[in-house]
Design a protein around this ligand. Structure first.
Ligand code: WTA
Length: 643
């Protein structure tokens, strides 16, 4: 066995240590999190560990007064001992294309060069830089380059549409965009730069687009605005001094969906996020020096930010980035990659597991998977069947599974087993990490005591990774997270504390749908649908989906009523799907569309979603009280036309 990564005060190795750490972090958080931060490189140490007002103001601060740069902690700090250790392994979409490996020293040099290119292009501390890129090493490099000079990165998953990009550019006030010519996803090649071009038609403030050459595609470059990275980087210095940033300076903005309005820009800051990413990564996965960690998330999501990039690099570990998809060229791709790069800690989403379970087992049995040590799950509840398949066929019954519950807003893992240290039970996220004080609330906001209880999941005290604000609109953050139940951070999830005190996450209690681990607001999809000229009104609900966890079910009132012919219906549906793809992206395509002549509304005009949800779930008999409906006959029509 290799030795654990450098002993820091807050590394937990036994159940007793967990309980002791939990107690200390609860009773004396300042001492505990002060000690956890000692091992990092600071330009200036903090004045106060915790500050601000957690709730209802939602103005937490961590390590205020401190000065630092997260890239010095991800890179420079490791050079002496780990300069020649692999920082990143990049496995491309196509197994026949050569993979790439970057040592800590090489990554350091590339980040410095990219940072210098940004500076040469006028990017300054505090500027917002939007990244719309495929999973390629330069995406990781570009994120770190922004952080090196104090620019705020906002990565947008390269499956979002031009409209979605434009919304985010405008909301963040981004002036520089980094993108690539195109991307590979499974058997498909997708243009990327042209999507950006379309988005920027409505973003006049973007003055520079830096383009990476990924596929050697002929690409339109707009004179005066667009530059090729490979031309800009020629002859550029491989060192770049890191900007000393205040602990509470923003590090990144990441857009995520809520129950109302447009996606909001979740803001994380320098020091608290750094400590939380490092601490949760090392403890949950029990990381050791020789680990090769593979988090299959795209860097465009928070899981990619914290567990492909920042967590592993802060810990000095080796992180594998994968460009492809689980099923290309076949359903054995994940397992092939694990054997090829001797992956030890593997972190993926239940939706991927469920899609691979459906393939013949031969795809798994062709590989040894003997390098694996820890398996992780994230993004949505993992059902027991998927848990057992993962345990038996991938972990071969010898790898602990960590089912990690957290959110974009929490910065890192909040409730999870620590591998082989705290209990791992199917369909339970488990115990909270030290510093996390979860409670179950009743609807009226009172705390539900005891085990074997269910309620709204809320967090009672600040932790280093807590969301600091929503970009440009603190009141929105306050109203969404910190004001609904004063004194708590409200998660939007429902949970059960089982008879042993382990948490089971039930799912969202708000109007957010979790599709393949990606969040969408029902209102957000409805707004998109309503852009279609044929759509008068729409209502979107989630329903259980075998692979995606939840699917998107859209009820739509068309302008000319319910189409008379099958051909007409197909045409409407195709046009409606096209609108959603244009407004949000392919990932938000409704799975089912039902064209209706009316929606079940109360006399005051409120849509009764409860009924729509039940019908979508396949419940047809027990719809509850429908007498308050304006027109109860609508329900019969909806039932008759159910998809
Ligand atoms: C859900 C992803 C059950 C939950 C890190 C949460 C989970 C939302 C789990 C956040 C889990 C995440 N078990 N549900 N292990 N992990 N969720 O912001 O509903 O993309 O509120 O962050 O995903 O999604 P987000």
């Amino acid at each position: 066995m290799s030795k654990p990564l450098e002993a820091k005060p807050a590394r937990i190795r036994t159940l007793e240590e967990y309980h002791a750490a939990y107690r200390q972090a609860t009773e004396d958080p300042d001492a505990y999190w002060g000690a956890a931060a000692e091992a990092f490189t600071w330009r200036k140490k903090w004045d106060t560990v915790r500050g601000g007002e957690f709730s209802p103001a939602g103005t937490s601060t961590w390590y205020a007064g401190g000065l630092l740069n997260i890239t010095e902690n991800c890179l420079d700090r490791h050079l002496a001992q780990r300069g020649n250790k692999l920082a990143l392994i990049y496995e491309p979409n196509d197994p026949h294309t050569r993979h790439l490996r970057l040592t800590y020293r090489e990554l350091y040099q590339q980040v410095c060069q990219f940072a210098n290119v940004l500076k040469n292009n006028g990017v300054q501390k505090g500027d917002r830089v939007l990244l719309y890129l495929p999973m390629m090493p330069q995406l990781a490099v570009a994120m770190l380059a922004c952080a090196r000079i104090g620019a705020i990165h906002s990565v947008v998953f390269a499956g979002f549409s031009a409209t979605a990009i434009a919304d985010r550019v405008q909301d963040a006030g981004a002036t520089v965009v980094i993108t690539a010519d195109g991307l590979n996803r499974g058997p498909k090649q997708i243009p990327v730069k042209s999507v950006v071009d379309e988005a920027l038609l409505s973003c006049p403030d973007v003055r520079r687009v830096i383009v990476l050459n990924h596929l050697d595609w002929p690409t339109h470059m707009r004179e005066g605005r667009d530059v090729w990275y490979h031309e800009e980087v020629e002859g550029v210095e491989k060192t770049c001094p890191a900007e000393a940033l205040a602990a509470e300076d923003p590090l990144f903005i990441l857009y995520t969906s809520g129950s109302t309005g447009k996606p909001k820009g979740v803001v994380h800051t320098q020091a608290g996020y750094m400590v939380w990413a490092d601490y949760t990564f090392r403890n949950v996965f029990q990381i050791e020096e020789n680990d090769v960690h593979w988090c299959t998330a795209d860097l465009g999501w928070v899981t990619g930010h914290t567990y492909c990039l920042y967590g592993p690099l802060l810990a000095g570990a080796t992180s594998l980035l994968f460009e492809g998809v689980p099923t290309y060229p076949d359903a054995g791709r994940f397992w092939e990659v694990i054997d090829k790069h001797q992956v030890t800690t593997f972190y993926t989403a239940p939706t991927a597991i469920r899609s691979l379970m459906a393939a013949p087992l031969d795809h798994v049995l062709s590989y040894s998977l003997s390098s694996l040590r820890v398996l992780g799950s994230v993004g949505e509840p993992i059902n027991e069947e998927a848990w057992h398949w993962y345990d038996l066929h991938i972990g071969k019954g010898r790898c602990p599974i960590v089912d990690t519950w957290w959110q974009t807003e929490t910065g890192g893992i909040m409730i999870s087993a620590l591998a082989d240290v705290t209990p791992s039970v199917p369909a339970r996220a488990g115990l909270p990490l030290p510093g996390v004080l979860p409670v179950l609330l009743a609807q009226d906001g009172t705390e539900i005591e005891g085990n074997d209880q269910e309620g709204y999941l809320a967090i009672k005290a600040s932790w280093p990774g807590v969301i600091r604000t929503t970009w440009g609109d603190h009141e929105r953050a306050r109203q969404t997270y910190f004001a609904p139940y004063p004194g708590y951070y409200f998660t939007g999830d429902g949970a059960r504390r089982d008879e042993n005190g382990l948490f089971r996450i039930i799912g969202r209690v708000d109007d957010v749908i979790n599709v393949s681990g990606h969040r969408f607001g029902t209102a957000e999809i409805e707004n998109a649908l309503n852009q279609n000229e044929h759509v008068v009104e729409s209502a979107v609900v989630g329903y259980p989906h075998d692979v995606k966890g939840q699917g998107i079910y859209a009820y739509i009132i068309c302008q000319h009523g319910v189409p008379a012919t099958e051909a007409e219906r197909k045409m409407f549906e195709a046009s409606i799907i096209e609108t959603v793809v244009a407004e949000i992206g392919k990932i938000a395509k409704p799975d089912k569309i039902q064209l209706v002549s009316g929606l079940p509304k109360t006399r005051s005009g409120k849509i009764m979603r409860r009924i729509l949800r039940k019908v979508a779930e396949g419940e047809t008999t027990n719809l509850g009280d429908v007498t308050t409906l304006l027109d109860p006959a609508v329900v019969d029509e909806i039932l008759a036309g159910k998809k």
